[in-house]
Design a protein around this ligand. Structure first.
Ligand SMILES: Cc1cc2nc3c(=O)[nH]c(=O)nc-3n(C[C@H](O)[C@H](O)[C@H](O)COP(=O)(O)OP(=O)(O)OC[C@H]3O[C@@H](n4cnc5c(N)ncnc54)[C@H](O)[C@@H]3O)c2cc1C
Length: 385
């Protein structure tokens, strides 16, 4: 792997600290968590004690005001290398919690953020519905004004951290006659009228992905995030960062698959020699190596751009598109190089292959990423007509 130039000595120390944490608190539990379909919620509290959650949060909420995305990138890389990709600390810390910081009131932040930093309040975001994913404007979940509270009805599907979550950020329609009037609401999982059912998936076995039903849930008006008609704009706000984080995750995952395959092809022999010495194996791995290095350099650069407040929506979409497609290619080639062993649950590569498939779908599909990039080129049919 090519040397990466974006990290300092502080980052190296942090990496070391995270690695030790993962090896102690996560590695030994991965098989069990994958079998039970969720991580033990205590692992969030343990990560919180180490200061690994909501690192960006200010000290008044218990955070360490560390906004540098490189720390989150390192967390991902170590978590995936030594633990499991289904531990969704980053969703909690950098995708959901920032909604509170950006659009929440001081009172809402005081009420919820300290528990999130400690890992005692686990977060999830509920946007997708059975009939509305890429096209969120088709959502049906709605709130009705009932005086000092809203009445929330509807369902949300494929919600990550869904069983462990204590608090959901829920998107719901606020004005039946206006397609784009969506609000975001802070909904506590323990409130009456909320039912969650785990979903059986192809991969990400340790991730508790659920369908959530909201049946006349009373949501206090004080739990509205910002303006209840501007939810779409709020959702769009964090998308570039979310997609860049997706790119960091895809690359971290692909790098691990590459490394363990390289090791495998050096050990496994056929026709009297290590399979890695066949020209096909060498060429395949050489090509993947170059593509991984190339994309890693680009993504590292985008992480610095994010830190400088200069990340564009199309660059983030491009990074998610290319890295998730590469991740898929790497997994496929690596299973092939393992032969039938690569098809066996016993070998990590078979699980990684299944885990990787979702990267091209969630947080916006590859096709939607291409739409975003295409529009940035001025190729928007709404404008061209
Ligand atoms: C494991 C997992 C975790 C998830 N976590 C969450 C979560 O925490 N919170 C949450 O709210 N959601 C979550 N999701 C949902 C996920 O983000 C959506 O399912 C995803 O955005 C795709 O939406 P869809 O399933 O409705 O697909 P559809 O929109 O039905 O897309 C189907 C196909 O049509 C294509 N398509 C759609 N529109 C266009 C277009 N305009 N141009 C070209 N092609 C198009 C798509 O690219 C895709 O190939 C998760 C999903 C999974 C599987």
């Amino acid at each position: 792997m090519q040397e990466r130039l974006i990290f300092t000595a502080d980052h190296a120390l942090f990496r070391d600290q995270v690695r030790k944490f993962v090896q102690k608190e996560i590695t030994p539990h991965v098989d069990h968590w994958r079998r039970q379909g969720r991580v033990d919620r205590e692992v969030f509290a343990k990560a919180g004690q180490q200061g690994f959650l909501l690192m960006w949060a200010s000290e008044e909420y218990g955070g360490c005001a560390l906004t540098d995305l490189r720390y989150e990138q390192i967390l991902y890389e170590e978590l995936i290398r030594h633990g499991d990709i289904g531990v969704f600390f980053t969703l909690h810390s950098r995708i959901v919690a920032p909604y509170l910081q950006r659009f929440g009131t001081e009172q809402q932040c005081q009420q919820y953020l300290p528990g999130c930093v400690r890992g005692e309040t686990i977060l999830a975001v509920a946007m997708t519905e059975p009939d509305a994913g890429s096209d969120l404007a088709g959502m049906r979940a709605r709130v009705e004004d009932a005086g000092d509270h809203w009445l929330l009805n509807g369902s949300k599907i494929y919600i990550s951290n869904g069983l462990n979550a204590d608090l959901f950020v829920v998107a719901a329609r606020t004005q039946p006659d206006q397609k784009y009037a969506i609000g975001l609401f802070l909904v506590e999982a323990q409130w009456p009228g909320i039912h969650r059912t785990p979903l059986e998936k192809m991969g990400l076995d340790a991730q508790d992905t659920v369908i959530v039903y909201f049946d006349n849930v009373r949501v206090p008006k004080t739990n509205t995030l910002g303006d209840p008609t501007k939810g779409f704009a709020y959702l769009a706000h964090g998308l570039a960062e979310e997609r860049l984080l997706g790119a960091c995750q895809s690359l971290a995952h692909a790098q691990v698959a590459f490394d363990l395959t390289l090791e495998y092809v050096k050990e496994r022999t056929a026709f009297g020699k290590p399979i890695g010495t066949f020209q096909n194996s060498r060429f395949t791995l050489a090509e993947l190596r170059c593509q991984l290095d190339c994309q890693q350099t680009w993504v590292d650069q985008l992480v610095l751009q994010m830190n400088a407040g200069q990340l564009s929506a199309e660059a983030a979409a491009g990074a998610k598109l290319l890295t998730s497609e590469l991740e898929g290619r790497v997994m496929d080639e690596c299973v092939q190089l393992h032969g039938s062993a690569g098809y066996m649950e016993e070998y990590r590569i078979s699980r990684m292959y299944r885990d990787a498939r979702i990267s091209r779908i969630f947080a916006g599909t590859s096709e939607i990423m291409k739409e975003i990039i295409g529009r940035s080129l001025g190729l928007d049919d709404r404008k061209l007509k």
